[in-house]
Ligand binder design. Structure first.
Ligand code: ARG
Ligand code: ASP
Length: 721
């Protein structure tokens, strides 16, 4: 009996998820409309998404490949997070024109700054193409044959699909490959910076406050999408005109209260909610701690240089934030997985699964082996996965020199394979990137990280996975510092001029130069070693996991009929909804649902690296000059939380009210809920949004850019239902 109740306790959250999920907009009417209405939605599912006529989805775009943005004016004005626009803001800044520190506001269209390379992708149409995609796919097919058949089917669909010349077709697998969807998209490439608050507002609290509630960050920036004269995507041109979206979001300044309906519409990147306990355990025990340790070292070193040197600070600030973001999230994730007993919960769920499967002859035949096999393969792959992650974090994600050298390998291969035309065609692409890359590259910073991480790698992997190779090289050079100095300073990959000259050489001379380069040669030897000693096992086991996970997903959906299954996030357009709500992370600890400007002032530390504030904001606060953005009791709201199930990629997503007006801008999740990508728990998982009133206040009162409000549609007063 005691066991049973414990089992039920553990099972409850997994079986009866009251809320949560990132839903496919195409099937909202079927799957979600009733629930959304019961939570307070006042518009129809059809207003949110429609393939045939304009709907709210036409205001939502994927911003720069990894975030979300939305249209807030009929003239292409785009709202997203400060941290989503940060790369662009940083690249447009210099120590003289420092938009990171001082902010920027274009006074008119001619002052809007082209953000090179930034894109805005809209979904024109989506379709469920599962039946066609899986045609002639048989159970028991080898994974490679299955994929080949699917690719063939998709190719056929592509040929048969009507689309305009400027549109693209994307295919995406859902439910681990049990379903397929097609997306017709349009990607706009002329995107310009309109305005950003200074980092002291847009990034207030920086890494200390990142992933934490209560939060006081004005995490937003604004861009404008430009199109050619026919409103179609076009490369940057001074002749382009503001894009006219089919829909843009009105902004409500009516405010929110606890219990209000909210909906977040955007492009969540990746979740893994249906993995077996063995996979969660691997992440919790080994993968996350490994990543944290590596980034801990890299961050300490970079931070040391950034604090000493303003030049390093502005060059590395975006990169630092990117590395720190994962580093901190994984820490929260490990804590959350432990605290929510995620592994035990999953094991209890698996026990119930097995029980049901054992009692059904058909299921037993089809699914009886799936979980035991998954566990076996996870046990086999574990050391290889850990080493591969170690390799990627050490030599790719936290090492600029070797990453750049690796990025040039395809050029070398083109020449080796005699594809000289392709080589010549590709070169300009590489050349174009040099200026931006080297503007922010500081060899001494990269070298210091490299030395530390290389030594760590040598001491944490097996001899044949690169440890021997590294140790030998370090011995010969006189230590890791000497080794990495030699590699960095003698390589063309740490100097713009030398790399540029090498790119100008004829094909044969280019490849000779590459082969002679110490960094490239070193990367090659590491990579050869990886390909020989690690890759084969991964290549053998990974497809097995893919197959088993697909079967397990299918099995879960059949066996737990009472449970609702949303597909894991896969960077496609999704809807998640919930209510504005505080939470109780621990016994007797309660978090309110909203923060305000007084709270910003409580955190203010003059001159601090993370908690300084601009004088103008202090002045507005002292005078309580909040205009129409104030609450009835005279406060200025800054951020709020709700039960929307979001993940990375949802940043910049609009939070909508029951009528489809924008009330906030999603940018983060709370510390206790960061494990939501693996084990969502509606009791403590909350998303964090900047309040629309704070955004408008900063634009209007702080920046004096009130002219921008004229093109927006501000909803106020009676219109609220
Ligand atoms: N944690 C948020 C997200 O995952 C915000 C990150 C930006 N802020 C930062 N300090 N790195 O993107
Ligand atoms: N901050 C994340 C993003 O950039 C959102 C999240 O992970 O909650 O998408």
């Amino acid at each position: 009996m005691k066991y049973l109740s414990l089992l039920l306790c553990l099972l409850f959250p997994l079986l009866l998820r009251a809320q949560g999920g990132m839903w496919v907009p195409l099937s909202l009417e079927k799957n979600n409309e009733k629930e959304m209405k019961s939570l307070g939605l006042k518009i129809k599912a059809d207003d949110l998404f429609n393939n045939e006529k304009p709907s709210i989805k036409d205001a939502i775009c994927q911003f720069d490949g990894g975030c979300t943005g939305e249209m807030i004016s009929p003239e292409g004005l785009l709202l997203t997070n400060h941290h989503c626009g940060f790369d662009a803001i940083q690249q447009l800044s210099t120590l003289e024109k420092n938009y990171v520190d001082n902010g920027y506001w274009a006074k008119n269209r001619s002052e809007e700054l082209p953000a090179e390379g930034v894109t805005a992708m809209f979904v024109i149409r989506m379709e469920d193409i599962t039946a066609m995609a899986l045609r002639d796919v048989q159970e028991g097919m080898a994974e490679r044959d299955r994929q080949a058949q699917i690719d063939k089917n998709l190719q056929q669909i592509k040929v048969n699909t009507k689309k305009e010349a400027w549109q693209d077709i994307l295919f995406r697998a859902f439910y681990n490959g049990n379903q397929y969807y097609m997306f017709i998209t349009a990607t706009y490439k002329d995107v310009r910076l309109v305005g950003t608050p200074p980092a002291s507002i847009g990034k207030f609290g920086s890494d200390t406050d990142n992933w934490v509630w209560p939060r006081h960050t004005g995490d937003f920036s604004m861009f404008r999408v430009y199109a050619d004269k026919d409103n179609k995507p076009a490369a940057y041109s001074p002749n382009n005109v503001p894009f006219k979206p089919k829909h843009f979001l009105p902004i409500s300044v009516d405010g929110i209260k606890e219990g209000d309906f909210t909906l977040v519409y955007g492009f969540p990147g990746r979740t893994d909610e249906y993995l077996p306990a063995s996979a969660i355990s691997l992440t919790e025990r080994a993968i996350d701690p490994l990543r944290i340790d590596i980034r801990d070292r890299a961050l300490k070193i970079i931070d040391g240089y950034m604090r000493k040197d303003p030049d390093v600070k502005i060059s590395y600030i975006a990169q630092y934030s990117y590395i720190a973001n994962g580093w901190k999230k994984w820490q929260g994730e490990v804590l959350g997985l432990r605290k929510s007993k995620a592994v035990e919960q999953k094991k209890a769920y698996e026990a119930e699964f097995t029980n049901r499967v054992e009692n059904n002859i058909d299921w037993k035949y089809r699914y009886g082996n799936v979980l035991p096999r998954l566990n076996e393969v996870y046990a086999q792959i574990e050391p290889y996965r850990i080493a591969a992650e170690n390799y990627a974090e050490t030599f790719q994600r936290n090492n600029q020199l070797l990453s750049l050298a690796a990025a040039y390998n395809p050029l070398l291969e083109m020449v080796d394979q005699g594809k000289l035309d392709e080589f010549e065609k590709k070169k300009p692409e590489y050349r174009e990137k040099l200026a931006a890359y080297f503007r922010d590259y500081r060899p001494h910073v990269d070298q210091a990280v490299f030395a530390n991480l290389a030594e760590r790698y040598a001491n944490t992997v097996k001899a044949e996975w690169g440890a021997d190779l590294l140790k030998e090289a370090a011995n010969k050079a006189g230590g890791y510092d000497a080794l990495t100095k030699k590699l960095v300073y003698n390589s063309v990959f740490s100097s713009k001029n030398r790399l540029d000259s090498m790119l100008n050489l004829p094909a044969q001379a280019f490849t000779e130069g590459m082969r002679k380069d110490p960094a490239f040669a070193f990367w090659r030897s590491l990579q050869d070693n990886y390909s020989k000693n690690l890759q084969p096992k991964l290549a053998e086991l990974t497809p097995q996991l893919t197959l088993l996970q697909r079967q397990y997903m299918d099995a879960q959906m059949k066996v737990f009929r009472e449970k609702r299954f949303f597909p894991d996030a896969n960077s496609t357009l999704r809807v998640t909804y919930g209510k504005v709500r505080g939470y109780e992370p621990r016994d007797a600890v309660q978090y309110g649902y909203q923060t305000d400007l007084d709270g910003v002032m409580e955190k203010y530390v003059p001159g601090d690296y993370e908690f300084d504030l601009p004088a103008r904001l202090l002045e507005l606060w002292k005078n309580k000059d909040y205009g129409q953005y104030s609450t009835p009791d005279g406060r200025l709201p800054v951020a709020f939380i709700a039960t929307n199930h979001t993940t990375g990629g949802n940043s910049g997503s609009p939070a909508l009210d029951a009528k489809g007006n924008l009330i906030g801008l999603n940018f983060d999740r709370v510390w206790e809920g960061t494990m939501s990508d693996l084990n969502y728990d509606p009791a403590i998982c909350r998303n964090i949004m900047v309040d629309a009133r704070y955004i408008l206040f900063i634009i209007d009162k702080y920046a004096g850019a009130g002219h921008l409000l004229q093109e927006m549609k501000i909803v106020k007063g009676k219109k609220r239902g």
